[in-house]
Design a binder for this molecule. Sequence first.
Ligand code: ADP
Ligand code: ZN
Length: 529
Amino acid sequence: RAVLPDGTPASPLDVLRTVWGYDEFRGDQAEIIDAVVGGGDALVLMPTGGGKSLCYQVPALVREGTGVVVSPLIALMQDQVDALSALGVRAGFLNSTQQAHQRREVEEAFLAGELDLLYLAPERLNVPDTVELLSRGTVALFAIDEAHCVSQWGHDFRPDYLRLSMLHERWPDVPRIALTATATAATHREIAQRLQLEDARHFVASFDRPNIQYRIAPKDNPRAQLLELLRTEHPGDSGIVYCLSRASVEQTAEYLVGQGVDAMPYHAGLDRQVRAHNQSRFLREDGVVMVATIAFGMGIDKPDVRFVAHLDLPKSVEGYYQETGRAGRDGLPSTAWMAYGLADVVQQRRMIDTSEGDAAHRRRLTQHLDAMLALCETASCRRVQLLNYFGQSSEPCGNCDTCLTPPSTWDGTVAAQKLLSTIVRMAQRGQRYGVGHVVDVLRGKKTPRVAQLRHDELSTFGVGEDLSDAEWRGVARQLIAAELLAVDTEGYGTLQLVEASGEVLRGERTVLLRKEPERTRRRSSSSST
Ligand code: ADP
Ligand code: ZN
């Protein structure tokens, strides 16, 4: 345990100053640390960059014994241990990547009381040897990092986390601190219940990240849109570009390199050495753009990430918040930009329909997606919507796209009726189509398909010439987000009425839509909706 030169026990503030060289605790840190040092349990909800690590690292140094940190971030354990060692903190880790003799060394150091911190992969606790090992040494505290992984309602469930309630049963007197950077009210409750932390003190920091500017743009030509963002607003900046698939990660990285951007790919299918190399370049060099699947980023502590771009729709608001949260940890202005289109919705619904798991699981995924769509289509402040999702209220922020250039809204009731009744008429012929064809019919385009299906005979043929293709797609997207229209997922993304569609068709319900922003570039292809 930490002592001052004169042998008296060090206080948390002494430890912060002598070991980390920081002057003061931030936010709730001091209170959290006091609670844990005093032997109490704590549940900490704090956004990325808020300073969660010190909340267990400092108590681990102040209290007798070793602080045991359960973390799913196996790939980062070596880095974390190295960073602590550089500060003179004695740290080690146990996970499946180690050789037996390496593990033995760490175990011996722990038993000899020579470790301040021991990082454990959660699956280690399924190994009886590990539990037995911990019983033979002195545990100062248990820290459960990324605690939302215990939630089946959350977006990042890890079955091994369910076993962590065992810690409390086995070591009732050892304080536990669970930490997460993402939790809705429901996830928060679930963490408390599953980890038996109902009696713990709960510390909930504001989830607002005021320096991040949130922007969501309709997807047009996503790579070109991305390039424009990089060139006009973020030349030479470090940033992360998220793509859904490995293939699009590689294609996008290649495209950016071809355009003179220092970009690199990262996904789970790449060779381990390549991944490690790319990650370390991103962390250590300036101005590297990482194009990645969501396999990249958890636990990455790079303060000056200036932008996070999404080329595909995240699966949940939690995911979006966590991924965008990697921007601007240093507090300086940063951008969270996303391109989103109807094809994203189709693709995600299809993935949900074909996903493993029971009906309840699919319902959960659908709810996550719906909340994400509502964020995309909102005509009011993104931040208000985002924080509201996490149960926190706020004022319109002035630092998101909808605050900066408020979308004008328009009465889209008649447009919605035209679109829905076109779908009705096609359905009467026993047919269903995707948005591209429906828009062609509305706009009165005599395409070969229209001719072949004789859809120019439909009474709604050409009734939508007043709106552009992009505007019609916007109408369809917003109706879907408002659950007034469904997109079927049998592989074709066909449009389908729902019960509430009838209310619009019968004129019982008005539909307020946001105007599509003016587009500078025009594209003829209709493939990227
Ligand atoms: P989180 O885990 O919540 O994302 P970290 O624990 O990684 O955040 O902390 C984010 C950054 O802030 C780190 O670089 C950390 O060293 C720094 N930091 C944390 N607490 C303080 C403090 N009291 N004073 C100064 N810097 C701090
Ligand atoms: Zn705003």
